[in-house]
Structures are given as C-alpha cells and as structure tokens.
Design a protein around this ligand. Structure first.
Ligand code: NDP
Ligand code: OXD
Length: 311
C-alpha cells in the first residue's frame, strides 16, 4: 500500500508523512515534495492539495482529509467524481470547539471585558448578577462539532437550540430547528449565534444582514466554521446600528486577515487565526490510519463525504 501526504507546507507534509509511516509500518508513505513525478499512490492524505495532485495521481482509491471541512478539496477542478473522500470526524476537535465557544460566551455574558477595562482604570466595581435566560445560544450546524458545543453550553445552564438540515435531536434538552423554513424562528430566539456549518452552496453568505438582524438585541456572533459564511461588510454596520454588540471570529474570507482589514482595530471584534480547533497530531493519525486499514480491507468507514450535499 502506498500513501501520499500532501499539505500546505513542506514542513507539515513531512510531519504527517513521518507520523503516518510510524503508525503504518506496513505501508510506503511518501510526501508530495519527495518526487515531482507520479507516485502511483493508493491513498492520498491531504490538506488543501494543489490542483496537480489529481492530474498526476491516477491510481488513487481514496482521499483522507486532514480536517473536518472539505470545501477546499471539493473545489479542486479535476477531482474525480467517484473518488471516495473521507473527512476527519472529531479527533479531539469537538473539545477544542467547546472550549472556544464557552470562553467567548462567558467573556460576553459575565462581562469580563468590562472587568478588564475596570482593572486598567483601577476600579473595584462588581457588576449585576448574570441571568443565563437572557443569553440564549443558537448553534448553526449540529453535526459532530456543533453537537458537542451545544452540550457544553447547555451543561453550564444556558438555554440552547440547534439548527440543521434534518433537525435530528442529538442531545437531550436542546431544542432543534430544521431547514430554511425554521431558520427565522431559530434566529429570533437566539442572542449568541455560533456557526458550525460546513461551507456549501447552501450555506455560503448565511451570516448576513438579513439573518443577523433577526437575532435578539445585543447579540454576539461566534464564527468558527468558514470565513465565506459571513458577508463581512455587513458586520460592522450592524454593530453601529446597535443590532449586534460583538463578534468573535476565527475564520475570514481572506486568511491571513489582511493588515488593513477594519476587523483588526474594532474593539467589538475579537480575532483568532483559524485555531478554534486544530487537527491534533496523535488523534488525527490514529483515526486516519485505522480508517485506511479498514478501507483497504474493504470494510465500511464513517466520515465519507456525500458529494451531492457538499459535506
Ligand atoms: P458535520 O458534517 O458533522 O456537521 C454539519 C452540520 O451542518 C450538520 O448538522 C448538518 O445538518 C448541518 N448542515 C449542513 N448544511 C446545512 C444546511 N444547508 N442547512 C442547515 N444545516 C446544514 O461537520 P463538523 O461538525 O465536523 O464540522 C463543521 C465545520 O466546522 C466544518 O465543515 C469546518 O468548516 C468547520 N471547522 C472549523 C475549524 C476551525 O478551526 N475554525 C476546525 C474544524 C472544522 P444534518 O445534521 O441534518 O446533516
Ligand atoms: C477543518 C479546519 O475543517 O481546520 O478541520 O478548518
């Protein structure tokens, strides 16, 4: 069995090659930069591979994605329509997402930025108690990651609802809304909106004036899925109009976020550099290597992307 690792930097793809070679001693594991000619690999393990991958490698039997989101991969021209794509499922990302959202939510609801300002002014002034009923959280996308975020937030006593295509209940006590007809009702009961949708034709631009202005007053947006979900030019005007009070953003239309972008300097916006949940080395290699073995034995594996729906 031959496995080809392809990633966005030479260092990264060498790291994945070495880790996979250690986990799968029976396989020949190579990195994309090792050879400029076709490797005739059976399996590609990729993160945002170049277009040339599918022009050069004609014997691939499956592609394993080194992340949860497959939008970049599916956008590659020449990706064979029948090539199975297997995405990362959780692999330690759910816990990271839960931590990220709890941090942003609690910072807003417990007014920790006000306390930071008070410290700078040497002020000792307890603020009014928190009533969690005033902070209903809504999670867009209740898949592997969204469900864990919803559970963590519900565990702290915040009212939580989820929105998905099918509306399947994944967690007890979390109110579910299904499909576009239910989106307005979901938004109208939500103050803190968390986005964990995959980027597809149906979800691009979903965070825009029309949707965000339906949220409860003093709303806060937490976007940890993809930058293309947000119509960026709508965000600051909505804040200026008092419809939203803040946003915590991990993903952007252009990454790295350009130095002149107005989000950098707006005190209502908190920025992180696409780190809400990273692909952890041990968990990722364990999951991908055991799935590769199962796939090569002809067994069913989970996490196969449905091309028609785009995730
Ligand atoms: P899943 O595929 O497990 O879940 C996707 C969820 O979105 C499902 O609940 C699905 O509904 C719902 N959904 C999809 N399309 C629609 C739609 N048109 N309308 C309503 N609901 C929809 O994905 P994951 O939870 O594993 O990952 C989610 C995303 O998080 C990734 O695609 C990626 O973009 C992002 N991500 C970001 C990271 C970061 O560091 N910032 C790290 C990892 C992931 P249904 O259940 O009915 O199918
Ligand atoms: C992912 C990501 O999709 O890192 O896994 O964004």
């Amino acid at each position: 069995m031959k496995i080809l690792c392809v990633s966005t930097s030479l260092t990264e793809q060498s790291t994945w090659r070495d880790l996979l070679a250690a986990a799968l001693p029976q396989a020949e594991v190579v990195a994309w930069q090792d050879n400029a000619s076709a490797q005739d690999a059976d399996i590609a393990v990729v993160w945002k591979p170049p277009v040339a991958l599918f022009e050069r490698e004609r014997k691939l039997r499956a592609v394993f994605n080194l992340g949860a989101g497959v939008d970049a991969l599916l956008a590659i021209p020449g990706l064979p329509a029948d090539l199975p794509i297997v995405r990362l499922e959780d692999a330690g990302m759910g816990a990271q997402m839960a931590e990220y959202v709890v941090h942003a939510l609690v910072r807003a609801s417990r007014r920790f930025d006000d306390y930071e300002a008070q410290q700078r002014a040497r002020q000792w002034r307890p603020l009014p108690e928190l009533d969690r009923r005033q902070w209903p959280v809504g999670v867009l996308g209740m898949g592997v990651l969204g469900a864990q975020v919803a559970r963590a937030v519900a565990g702290l006593g915040y009212p939580v609802a989820g929105w998905s295509r099918g509306g399947r209940a994944t967690e007890a006590g979390i109110e579910m809304y299904a499909g576009s007809d239910a989106l307005p009702a979901f938004l109208r009961r939500t103050r803190v909106l968390v986005n964990l949708l995959p980027l597809t034709r149906g979800t691009e631009g979903i965070l825009c004036r029309a949707t965000l202005s339906q949220l409860l007053p003093q709303a806060h947006l937490i976007n940890i899925a993809r930058g293309q979900h947000l119509v960026e030019e709508d965000l600051l005007p909505l804040m200026d109009e008092g419809r939203l009070s803040g946003a915590t953003l991990d993903v952007f239309r252009q990454e790295p976020l350009p130095p002149g972008h107005p989000f950098w300097t707006d005190p209502r916006v908190t920025i992180t550099p696409h780190i809400a949940a990273i692909s952890l080395q041990r968990e990722t290699v364990e999951q991908i290597s055991s799935k590769i073995l199962a796939f090569m034995r002809g067994e069913a594996v989970t996490g196969i992307v449905e091309r028609g729906r785009g995730y």
